[in-house]
Design a protein around this ligand. Structure first.
Ligand SMILES: Cc1ncc(COP(=O)(O)O)c(C=O)c1O
Length: 392
């Protein structure tokens, strides 16, 4: 079944025969759970990013949870995060027993606004969960300064931003415990999967233990020792292991990451140029400190234009182009009803949601696709403007 037939999807993982053959090799080896391929994948990522340790997990959510637990975030603590993000971030905070405290976003970057953090800090605040949303680094130095001043832990969630840079070096290499996701909408994929990156050996060692039930010895080491060593349990853990089948895909994906980043950046440059003269639609803003990885391409409808994201998404769908709404303000989810959050506390995230939408971007999108997407968008705007003039 071809799920991508007859339409341009929002995203599509770049997988080929190489990944297929790599999986076959793992299956034939007989070792399919966490083992040598996971180790190899971890080494590849840590070398690429320029960080001492990389610990693979079954998801980014579990990597964030490990980062919190290991650094002492616990029941009753508050964790600050942006209102514009996904539920997985709150889930990880809740898994640590802590409470999410939403803060509004910057109106240009759509990331957590560093200027608003200090007013949200209370004696219960233990950590900041910074999120480099949709491939764009936040201003990490600003976040670090605030954290140091108030003695807070920072976890940098770069789930969507692998290959993105802050001050010219990769996210994950700035001395913060950082996490990646390998879900298919992310920069590289292993189907599902995640990773915790750190320069701190104790954090890495603890993450390796906790991801595997809390066992002091990994299955692979016990196997290599022919069963003569016995694992010990000093604390309870989880099953957050990545399988060697997933890691084998990840190893191949790492050999393609530079090419994938080039493709995404070339596509973004095409869109940027095509949007430049509309006045009605704005390309994503990229601050000087960041190199975008463009896991998504987010367009903002200018204040002077009264077309809605819904109208655009519907009309693009009729032309077989998949688009999506921008990220909804998380405080509005039914889960938080009764928590006391109001739209008035988040003017920027609420307004950004009303004015943004995503268009397709992924390695493999052709020049013909790009032109068709931009031509269709321009045509929708043209028809909208013409009909508004007739009816107003
Ligand atoms: C910013 C961010 N963090 C964390 C996650 C969770 O990643 P995973 O699905 O690998 O747990 C996502 C997933 O969409 C995400 O976008």
């Amino acid at each position: 079944m071809n799920l991508f037939e007859d339409q341009i999807p929002l995203t599509k993982p770049w997988l080929g025969d190489e990944e297929w053959l790599a999986i076959r090799e793992v299956i034939q080896s007989g070792w399919v759970s966490q083992g040598p391929k996971v180790m190899e994948f971890e080494e590849l990522v840590s070398k690429y990013i320029g960080v001492k340790f990389a610990v693979a997990t079954n998801s980014c959510t579990s990597a964030i949870h490990l980062a919190f637990r290991i650094q002492g975030v616990q029941s009753g603590d508050d964790v600050i995060l942006a209102d514009t993000t996904c539920m997985a971030n709150v889930n990880a905070i809740k898994m640590a027993g802590a409470n999410p405290v939403f803060v509004d976003i910057d109106k240009k970057t759509f990331n957590l606004d560093p200027h608003l953090i200090e007013q949200a800090i209370t004696p219960k605040t233990k950590a900041i969960l910074n999120i480099d949303q949709i491939g764009l680094a936040n201003d990490l130095e600003e976040i670090k300064k605030i954290a140091q001043k108030h003695n807070l832990i920072v976890v940098d969630d770069a789930a969507t931003a692998m290959g993105g840079k802050y001050n010219n070096t990769y996210l994950g290499s700035h001395g913060l415990t950082t996490t990646f996701s390998f879900h298919p909408r992310k920069m590289i994929t292993t189907g599902e999967g995640g990773m915790l990156l750190t320069d701190d050996q104790d954090i890495a060692d603890k993450a390796r233990t906790l991801r595997s039930a809390g066992a002091s010895v990994s299955d692979l080491d016990r196997h290599k020792a022919k069963g003569v060593i016995l694992q010990k349990y000093y604390e309870n853990g989880y099953n957050y292991r990545m399988t060697d089948i997933q890691a084998a895909i990840g190893i191949i994906q790492m050999s393609k990451i530079d090419q994938m980043l080039i493709e995404r950046r070339t596509q973004a440059a095409y869109y940027d140029a095509a949007l430049k003269d509309t006045g009605e639609l704005q390309a994503p803003f990229v601050p000087d400190y960041a190199t975008h990885s463009y896991s998504s391409y987010c367009i903002t409808i200018s204040e002077n234009c009264n077309i809605t994201p819904e109208e655009i998404i519907n009309q693009m769908a009729q032309k077989n182009i998949s688009c999506r709404f921008g990220i909804p303000p998380l405080h509005n989810e039914p889960y938080f009803s009764g928590s006391g959050w109001t739209d008035a506390q988040f003017p920027v995230s609420c307004n950004v949601f009303k004015k943004t939408f995503f268009i397709p971007i992924f390695p493999g999108l052709t020049e013909k696709n790009l032109k068709y997407i931009m031509d269709t968008l321009h045509q929708i705007l043209y028809l909208h403007n013409t009909s508004s003039k007739i009816f107003t």
